[in-house]
Design a protein around this ligand. Structure first.
Ligand code: HEM
Length: 464
């Protein structure tokens, strides 16, 4: 298919203006707490490597695809998730796949990988479509009114996780889990200055104390569900083929070992933690960007109307919406839900021609990489044609990293992409969302990259 021509000038959505110079310690801590996106300097967006000693010790910010490949793939054994990442995420996510390291991680990854095989992910298209339809029914009832799209997409992604992890639902107030998760992430979200400074773990962090009841609530609900399902599996009764059953049946292909209840719980919490806000943000930003680019929207509506028709969206549409997918991919370029990844060098290494001592931190920041002037043409502009047709194949694998790369690449990438494409198509089929006139849109990095003030949008029905 010919690549579409989009109107010029293209729309450049909001982003903090990079600073000219690195900030002093005090300003850095203040900025990092308020919005880490505002701490990047011009050099980061213009140079392939920025290396120096700063607040976090020796840090290399790497935006050179070849060198990124070296760190994430070729010499991945020499890098572990750094202490800051572990400190920020472990209290919420527990010892699941995201936070595990070394042999524990290798065993877990081997054991869990088959759960996210293309066959299993395809089997989740159906519950994803059902959840998307539930969302559009809710939106259609709000015709002419303003909704917070961030809240709506988060309800959708929790609904999808609930349907794919526990087919039969939580058998309790579904919003209770949603509320606990939102509270949990609100409390652990802002990066704690004590963590940035590397102060000892035993020093109490306010955020973590506030998060405790939500973590405990989570653990209680999930433990009950595991207990009931394990009994069902062991009784030989017919069980739903959802992620919970897959976790209970998962075996390490090398040793035949299964997971104990604690592992099962930690990984359920991890899937919910790693998979709900990220996917919801991708959808929220996509709906915002589309609302600001009439030519992109027209093409999106045309694709959805042709492929999905009267609808609703169904599982078989998942692979048949290339423009919808390009919109999601371009959205995650401009607003990558995981805005940065960091690693700590275990032993000395040479990266991009520079000697990197053991203990140094390597930061690979999709926020920076995806807006880098050496990599992208007109980097700030929203233009899904970059990801459409042949153009997609020209993007360097290590220049676009919404899901990371190498052995620790997101295990849920195909799941998330399929969910986002189906949901965006179903929303576009059913309604048109326009930014509320009073909205002030500003990206801010908490654990994930989200709109600081939510995303108020007005609903107009397109179809039934
Ligand atoms: C748009 C949605 C998503 C984005 C942008 C995203 C992004 C990422 C990124 C960048 C990483 C790698 C972090 C690193 O290397 O430091 C990662 C890892 C991970 N993600 Fe996702 N993710 C998404 C959805 C999901 C979903 C839906 C699930 C599960 C159902 C999930 C589960 C995980 C897990 C378990 C890991 C850790 C993998 C490992 O270390 O072996 N993610 N994700």
């Amino acid at each position: 298919m010919d690549e579409p021509i989009l109107a010029r000038p293209r729309f450049s959505p909001p982003a903090p203006t990079p600073m000219r110079e690195p900030p002093d310690l005090f300003s850095f801590l203040r900025q990092a707490r308020d919005n880490p996106l505002a701490t990047w300097t011009r050099d980061h967006f213009e140079k392939p490597v920025v290396y120096g000693k700063g607040v976090l010790g020796r840090v290399m910010v790497l935006s050179e695809p070849r060198a990124i490949r070296h760190v994430l793939v070729e010499n991945a054994e020499n890098y572990r998730k750094d202490a800051l990442t572990r400190r920020v995420l472990a209290p919420g996510l527990g010892q699941g796949l995201f936070t595990a390291e070394g042999e524990d991680w290798r065993t877990l990854r081997r054991t869990l990988a088959p759960m996210f095989s293309p066959r299993h992910v395809a089997s989740f298209a159906e519950p994803m479509a059902v959840a998307a339809r539930r969302l559009t029914r809710r939106l259609a009832r709000r015709e002419g009114r303003t909704v917070d799209v961030e809240i709506e997409t988060t309800r959708l992604t929790l609904d999808v996780l609930e349907r794919t992890i526990f087919t039969s639902g939580l058998e309790r107030d579904p919003d209770a889990l949603g509320r606990a998760i939102t509270k949990l992430f609100a409390a652990i979200g802002p990066v704690d200055p004590l963590d940035v400074l590397g102060l000892p773990e035993w020093l109490p962090r306010l955020g973590r104390i506030q998060a405790r009841p939500s973590i405990d609530f989570f653990a209680r609900v999930v433990d009950e569900l595991i207990g009931t399902r394990r009994a069902l599996v062991e009784s030989g009764a017919e069980v739903p083929r959802d992620l919970l059953t897959l976790l209970l049946e998962a075996r390490d292909p090398e040793t035949g070992e299964g997971l104990d209840d604690l592992d099962v719980r930690a990984n359920i919490v991890t899937f919910i933690g790693a998979g709900h806000e990220t996917t919801a943000n991708a959808l929220t930003w996509a709906l915002y960007l589309v609302s600001q680019a009439p030519d992109v929207r027209a093409r999106l509506e045309a694709e959805v109307d042709t492929v999905v028709g009267e609808g609703p969206v169904a599982a078989e549409h998942a692979g048949a919406l290339p423009w919808t997918k390009a919109v999601i991919e371009e959205t995650m370029r401009l607003y990558p839900p995981a805005a940065f990844m960091s690693r700590e060098a275990i032993a000395e290494d040479r990266v991009a021609g520079i000697r990197l001592p053991a203990g140094a931190i390597v930061m690979i920041a999709p926020w920076v990489l995806h807006r880098h002037t050496l990599i992208w043409d007109d980097p700030a502009a929203f233009d899904p044609t970059r990801f459409f047709g042949e153009a997609r194949g020209r993007i360097d694998r290590y220049a676009y990293l919404p899901f990371g790369a190498g052995p620790r690449v997101c295990i849920g990438a195909a799941f998330a992409l399929q969910e986002a494409v189906l949901a965006l198509a179903e929303i576009v089929r059913a309604v048109r969302l326009d930014l509320a006139p009073e909205a002030v849109v500003e990206p801010v990095q908490r654990v994930t990259l989200r709109p600081r003030n939510g995303m108020p949008m007005r609903v107009t029905r397109r179809a039934g």
